[in-house]
Design a protein around this ligand. Sequence first.
Ligand SMILES: Cc1ncc(COP(=O)(O)O)c(C=O)c1O
Length: 389
Amino acid sequence: MHSLSARPAVQALRSSKIREVANAGMGRKDVIAFWFGEPDEVTPDFIRQAGIEALQRGDTFYTENFGIPELRKTIAAYVARLHAPACKVTADNVTVTSSGMSALMLANQALVGPGDRVVIVTPVWPNLVEIPRILGAEAVTFPLDYTPAGWKLDLQRLLAALTPATRMVCINSPNNPTGWTISREEQRAILDHCRRLGIWILADDAYERLVYGAGVAPSFLDIADAADRLVSANTFSKSWLMTGWRLGWLVAPVELMPYLGTLTEYNTSCAPSFVQHAGIVAIEQGEPVIARTQQRFRHARDFLAAKLAEIPGVEAALPAGAMYTFFKVQGVTDSLAFCKRLVEESGLGLAPGIAFGPEGEGFIRWCFASGEERLQQGVDRLKASILHR
Ligand SMILES: Cc1ncc(COP(=O)(O)O)c(C=O)c1O
């Protein structure tokens, strides 16, 4: 008998537990949802206009696999400006992708294959763990340590986990869901170690501009040189409020670029032409948007932290970056059941910590990219639900 199933590695993929909660409440008008990682505002008008103008000009054709040269140059100049003076990135190191997700998939496709050991620092957005698994690699999770003051990296333990047999380490900082942000010293130690052992570093820099206290988070790009096995994945989704546009990029050594081009051909061929044109305008004119977003989210983060602190049994450390509060509720041992109950009984949509790995169990993720009034409504529902347990 022929099976109608997908191959075993695909059958073994976890389905999203965030979706499992969301499916229980989507479509219900009374639900206030903070479960997805998405800013609450529509893409700024000048970026939308750039997309419209590109469409009206007739930018509706395939582009180069690497993206249109003008966007590659614009991204390279942006990256070099953020990460100068060490960073020698030029357009030859940049490839445009159809989302940050696609950038991460392409980087993994280029670098890891069946049986390769890939170490991923967790808790983390589940996609980073499942991507190597799709490719048949061995995804080894390395948990951060929780302390009431926030999540910490046990550097020596991580270095010990990065054995000579390791092909790649994947680090998302600022981190979704914990907000953990790696320090420069930790980056240096990891880079030195990976240089010695020939291990690739995949840095997921999706939230590098969402840090509270600095304009940009420490990046491996600040300290790496052209010979380093470093790939940085990024996206327009968060910094420029462009989740639905599906545009991102990779920065990689020039030696890797031809392979990324070929893989792009066999994934998407290219990102949509008019979307790429909007991306140029987003970077060129978007700094005030980023500054305003940082300010808004910082305010939202502080507001939510203060409100959560008032609820008995809730422990919420202040995240250094990204747009999530990952908080603990005393007595919750099944975050999925807790979140389902919250939706059903209180109309509050949050993401269960277990979705981000076993070390996330007992925690709940709240995306605070939202206005004060909505956050307050959510807090009221959570408080009522916890107090009446
Ligand atoms: C850690 C992390 N990396 C990458 C992405 C990719 O975003 P996108 O595919 O929208 O570019 C996300 C989105 O939530 C994320 O949380």
